[in-house]
Structures are given as C-alpha cells and as structure tokens.
Write a protein that binds this ligand. Sequence first.
Ligand code: AMP
Ligand code: TRP
Length: 322
Amino acid sequence: MVRYLTGFQPTGSLHLGNYFGALRPAIELQDKGEAFYFIADYHALNTVRDPAVLREHVREVAIDALACGLDPAKACFFRQSGVPAVTELAWVLSNVTPMGLLERSHSYKDKLSHGVAPSHALFAYPVLMAADILLYDSDVVPVGKDQKQHLEITRDIATKFNDSYGNVFKLPEPSIREEVATILGLDGQKMSKSYGNAIELFLAEAALRKKVMSIVTDSTPVEAPKDPAQSAIVSLYRLFAPADKVAAMESDFRAGGVGYGEFKKRLFAVIWESFAPMRQRRSELQTDPGYVDRVLAEGALRASTIAQQTIARVRRAVGITS
Ligand code: AMP
Ligand code: TRP
C-alpha cells in the first residue's frame, strides 16, 4: 500500500494556494493509500512568536482541512509535535547533512528576502522536514511546486544516511500537479501567507469580495482588449469555473468592452459558491470544540506507533542503542 504524507504550517488560515497545491490532492489520495497528514507546528516556531496565536492557528488549519474533506477515518491527521521523536530524528539527520545542501535552499533565501530573521532553525528547516517524511517511511509527498527542492534535499539526506549506515530509509517521491503547481496571489506573485497576497478559504462574504476586488490589474481601459494569459483573475477563475465559462471569460478579455471589475465579480461569485458546502461543514465542526483536539490526539497516537519503529531502527543503526 502506498503511503502518502504531507504537512501544513499553522501560520494562519489555509488559502487557495494551500488548497489547490496540496490539500485537495491530499484529500483525493486519502482514498488511494495510507495517508499521514499533519500540522507542522514545530516548523511554525520559525515565524510565529506568540503562543496564543500559534494555538489558534493550529486549530484553524485543522478545522479548515477537516471542513475541506480531510477525513480522520481515512487519513491519520495529527500535529507534528504530537510525535516529538521527529526532533530526535532531525538531530540525527543533521549530522549527515552537508552545510552546502542547506546553503543552496531557495526557500531559506526567499524567507530572508521577505524579512524573516535568520535563525538556526530557519536554516535547518529542510532537515526537520526530511525527518517528517522519513520518520513515517513515506512513499509519496503531495506538495506545491515551492516544496520541490525540499523533497530533493530529503532524498539527498536519506541517501547520505543510507550510505553511512545501511539501507535504513526509503527514498520518497514528490507528487506535484502541474496545473496547480503554483497558485498566484492578489499581486500576481506566488500566493503566500507571508507575502500578504493570499485569499483565505473561509473569509466572510464581504471580506472575500474585498480581497477579490483588490487583485492587481494594469491600467488598460474598459473598451480595450486585454490579455487573459497575463491575468491573475483568469488563472484563479480557471481553478473553479467549468471550461465553457473560462472560455467565455477569455474571449471577453480579448474582445474588450468589459472592465476588470466585472471579471472580478465573476471570480468572486464562483469562489463563494464553490466553498459553500465546506463553509457549512466548517460551521458544524465549530459547534463541538473538543472534536479537533480528539482527532489530533488519536492521530498522534496512530502516528507514534510507526514513528517508534523507525526511531528504534535509527538508534540501532547509529549505535545509540544495541
Ligand atoms: P504551507 O502553508 O507553506 O505549509 O504550505 C502547505 C502546502 O501548500 C505546501 O505543499 C505548499 O507547497 C502548498 N502551497 C502553498 N502555497 C502555494 C501556492 N501558491 N501554490 C501552490 N501550492 C502552494
Ligand atoms: N514545508 C512545508 C510548507 O511550507 C510544510 C511541511 C513541513 C511539509 N513538513 C513537511 C510538507 C513534510 C510535506 C512533507 O509548505
């Protein structure tokens, strides 16, 4: 049976990039194999410094994912910190991780350029992520394109470890859906919580409308033809609307005579409507405050069983135990 694993950082509510890039693919895969999905709270310590905020974000991400269809009866859903052995594995892996491998990390450089303070943990982020993946003997990791290099680093670390200690780890494969590899945000850059350009999944109606209306456009006048290929509006619309509606929007772009405001209204309508069933489920989940905690606690218990086996194998392999 194929084992799928992926993680979401609790840095805020989930956004369209998370949903299309990773959550929806992960939800589809929960029917196809053994699924391990977790909330990467140790990773979030890189950027979240307020304990109350971290707790709140963990809850939000959990509720968002469950509302979207992550089913704890099918997938093991847990908090990363629910299985603390992952930090032990990260330490062991650190020793076979060349500095150069981490120095080449795009994600690290990208975070620094967006003002995140450099810290040891930020630098070592890919090592903890490798530990997440290897601890559960994962086969396939569904992620957005921004995580591709992290998967390559994971494979490199696993190979280094196996070269020194024998065949302890499986080499995982990323699963990146080309059509949703990088979802664009309000400013046409990659959608990301930390860029301030994200559209969250469960905004209230007025807030969602305001966000969609704030998508950055050029100053082409209403009458003039517009290029659909260059538009974040069209690229987001394509995620939701059926092919004929997308074709109609593209031809209205080319024809001219329709302003960006009108296109944004169509986009808002289709997003609002698409998430209606998930919104309903989300408000049901909120009526039972203990539910999320129970799901995550049960998930951690199941995940621990597997983690204990791997960590025992690792301790033996390196000589910590005999
Ligand atoms: P994060 O919130 O950074 O933990 O991201 C969780 C998952 O969402 C990862 O698999 C990311 O690759 C994916 N993801 C985040 N932003 C985007 C985006 N703009 N387009 C596609 N996938 C994304
Ligand atoms: N680095 C991922 C992100 O920012 C989150 C993550 C942490 C993850 N550990 C993981 C994803 C393990 C997949 C597998 O999106």
